[in-house]
Design a protein around this ligand. Structure first.
Ligand SMILES: Cc1cc2nc3c(=O)[nH]c(=O)nc-3n(C[C@H](O)[C@H](O)[C@H](O)COP(=O)(O)OP(=O)(O)OC[C@H]3O[C@@H](n4cnc5c(N)ncnc54)[C@H](O)[C@@H]3O)c2cc1C
Length: 425
């Protein structure tokens, strides 16, 4: 059943996908409320110094580029589509201008955190799986940093709150390692500015990096560079699993990877792991069982199992162990999350198919994969993949295009195709 403009669509989270979804909806004439707990693209601002490995053209939509070009003054120029931007450049040159654009500025409410969502007059167990639930407005409870509350009501609700809020446990068994709860505030879970802003924190120190993804690889490479420049800097990189037989190292490479920056990062990290430099070591199959922070010495004692059993000491710990989605937010809605990834079930099942191993070949699938038992409720963006780390911004843009074919019940609706330069409006 279609929801026609000017119905109201509420979108939670103004990361790249929330902003683009809001723009799409505004262009179609819907009333939009876009709530962001911090500033636009708050998550990406946290790793501003790191380059994206997908080019700007993959991280922006034809609609977004066109909206900015239409209102650009002489001082503004969009990045070229093949440009590789850092996170900060992506924010400054695209996402922030988009947030301030004519179509979005009035819809965006920054500094409001969504803490719970429900449906007016209904509990989770009312009208199980019934379409009639859509007759009740969505209710979103929001709080600002002063603790002030407000309620938003809407016809359609889109959750684009991403993943970066909640890091997984460091413990190798899926539960906190012994001592982890107390140690966590002293552990870095993201991508610190190792070579510039936080150089003093890591120079001439021994850092433990935990994790086997691109964030860990980025940190290991930056620390490797620092070790070449600052005497006595050391890096120990641990991964939970043993290296795959025949693998070049902990980082998986994809055959003929068209994201060359991604491949370069994997190659560089694997070379460091192979002990090509004296100050970097890699220990595969070394799950963490205990972690204690000693404030007096400002050092960590980390207990490992696997191939390096026993206690080891480090000055700093960076844990790039992935993120878990916050499913509490939608607890009162009828949403089914996958027992393995905690992404919405239909999409999660599709993503588990073998051809989905590389994010570039992700089956964004048919639009119906985005539909939940809760009518008119959708999860888009990184959160829609749950713990599956293969999400790319371009997958989210495809989701937006697909979603509005469902909301508007117009199978051929594709604003992105309409706004491609070869076919200007
Ligand atoms: C170092 C690094 C490099 C990367 N490189 C690439 C790349 O090259 N290409 C690529 O495609 N992807 C890349 N990614 C991944 C990409 O950044 C994410 O997939 C993308 O940001 C997801 O967008 P999103 O809008 O779904 O979520 P997010 O960007 O996480 O945005 C979610 C937003 O929701 C807000 N929010 C959260 N909870 C609430 C709440 N309760 N109420 C209100 N607001 C809330 C957050 O503050 C945030 O602004 C990279 C990631 C990292 C860490």
């Amino acid at each position: 059943m279609s929801v026609d403009a000017p119905a109201k669509i509420t979108i939670l989270g103004a990361g790249p996908i929330g902003l683009e979804a809001a723009l799409y909806a505004r262009f179609l004439g819907y009333e939009v409320a876009l709530y962001e707990q911090g500033r636009p693209a708050e998550s990406i601002r946290r790793w501003g110094g790191v380059p994206l490995f997908s080019p700007f053209g993959m991280n922006s939509s034809p609609l977004g580029r066109s909206a900015l070009a239409a209102q650009a003054d002489d001082d503004f120029s969009l990045p070229a589509e093949d440009e590789l931007l850092t996170g900060a450049e992506y924010v400054d040159r695209y996402l922030q201008p988009l947030a301030e654009s004519d179509l979005l500025a009035d819809s965006l409410h920054c500094g409001w955190k969504a803490i719970a969502v429900g449906r007016a007059g209904l509990s989770k167990s009312d009208m199980v799986d019934e379409e009639a639930r859509r007759d009740a407005d969505f209710i979103v409870v929001l709080v600002d940093s002063d603790g002030q509350e407000k309620i938003d009501r809407s016809d359609v609700l889109i959750d684009c709150t991403g993943l970066f809020g909640q890091a997984s446990w460091i413990g190798g068994d899926g539960v906190p390692a012994t001592g982890e709860l107390a140690a966590r505030p002293h552990v870095e879970f993201g991508l610190p500015d190792i070579l510039v802003g936080e150089r003093d924190k890591y120079a001439s120190k021994h850092t433990l990096v935990i994790g086997s993804g691109y964030s860990a690889a980025t940190n290991v490479c930056a620390l490797g560079q620092l070790a070449r420049e600052a005497l006595h800097t050391q890096v120990t990189w641990i991964t939970r699993k043993a290296n795959q037989a025949d693998a070049e190292g902990p980082m998986r490479r994809f055959e003929n990877d068209s994201l060359s920056a991604r491949d370069r990062l994997a190659v560089q990290a694997n070379q460091l792991a192979a002990k090509t430099e004296p100050h970097v070591v890699h220990w595969p199959h070394a799950p963490v069982t205990g972690i204690h922070y000693d404030a007096h010495s400002d050092r960590f004692q980390v207990t490992l199992a696997g191939e390096k059993p026993g206690m080891h000491e480090f000055d700093r710990v960076i844990a790039n162990v992935g993120y878990v989605p916050n499913t509490d937010l939608t607890r009162s809605l009828q949403v089914q999350y996958c027992y393995a990834t905690e992404g919405p079930l239909k999409l999660a099942a599709k993503l588990m198919e073998p051809e989905s191993a590389d994010c570039l070949t992700q089956p964004t699938g048919e639009a119906q994969l985005l539909v939940n038992p809760e009518p008119d409720f959708y999860v888009l963006g990184a959160k829609s993949y749950g713990r599956n780390s293969q999400f790319l911004i371009q997958n989210g843009l495809k989701q937006i295009q697909q979603l509005f074919t469902i909301i508007g019940d117009r199978e051929n609706l594709d604003l992105y195709r309409q706004f491609l330069p070869a076919n200007p409006q």
